[in-house]
Design a protein around this ligand. Structure first.
Ligand code: Z5A
Length: 212
């Protein structure tokens, strides 16, 4: 008997919303409940493309906005064969940022439309669930100072938040907004509930293609 496929679950949100914390907790909780699960993150800084992105984010290199946008997308495409293989094997993937971050961050820069920014990611494996961790810039600031990376400035993060709002108007994507201002355990409970539901539904459906 063919095994049921795993679900593709993405966590998105602005800086310090708690994405990494929640991805790790979700993977552990799913495994405890008997669901094979693994975490992935974008950018994946371990690949050759990921290293170029990392140098750019750390202000160690300069790239045009168009170039870095395409590199972020290429970094996802290079992992598509692995993503598909894991899902087919029945492993649920919990992904820390995906194409939505790609579009929100570039389209927050002057002169970039949502439409242009989406094109390189059209056709990527479509997430079964996108959890958007909602946190205001003021609440994020209470979680500590921004780091030294290129996009870690509150005015830019506000512009990014605005672009995420536009992306969430797209009803072809299964968005769930999570109140990320709650304590870690309450956020986790909410996320786990939505994820278990998505795993149940996804196992009987073919994997979709994003923005097709
Ligand atoms: N980027 C892009 O431009 N294009 C793309 O296509 C992609 C990304 C994929 C690097 O991302 C940058 O790349 C990012 C977007 C851009 N730039 N920015 N900004 P990254 O993934 O390497 O790093 P990050 O996403 O910036 O991490 P983060 O946002 O700073 O953190 P987080 O994962 O959302 O949060 P966290 O690490 O889990 O928690 C942050 C702190 O808050 C930590 O001290 C926790 O203990 C605390 N925390 C977490 N949850 C809570 C709750 N519930 N209450 C209180 N405190 C909490």
């Amino acid at each position: 008997m063919a095994c049921k496929r795993g679900a593709l679950i993405v966590l998105e949100g602005v800086d310090k919303a708690g994405k990494t914390t929640q991805c790790q907790k979700l993977v552990q909780a799913l495994r405890r409940k008997g669901h094979p699960a693994e975490m992935m993150r974008f950018p994946d800084r371990t690949t050759t493309i990921g290293k170029m992105i990392s140098a750019y984010l750390e202000n160690q290199s300069e790239l045009s906005d168009q170039t870095v946008h395409l590199l972020f997308s290429a970094n996802r495409w290079e992992l598509v064969p692995l993503i598909k293989k894991k899902l087919e094997q029945g492993t649920t993937l919990v992904v820390d940022r995906y194409a939505f971050s790609g579009v929100a961050f570039t389209s927050a820069k002057p002169g970039f439309s949502l439409h242009w920014c989406k094109q390189p990611d059209v056709g990527l494996p479509k997430p079964d669930l996108v959890l958007f961790l909602q946190l205001s810039p003021a609440e994020a600031a209470l979680r500590g100072h921004f780091g030294m990376e290129r996009y870690e400035k509150s005015s830019f993060q506000c512009a990014v938040q605005q672009q995420f709002k536009h992306l969430m108007e797209d009803e072809t994507v299964n968005w769930k907004v999570i109140d990320a201002s709650m304590n870690v355990e309450d956020v986790h409970k909410d996320i786990t509930e939505h994820s278990l539901n998505a795993i149940n539904i996804a196992q009987n459906l073919p994997l979709g293609e994003l923005w097709q």
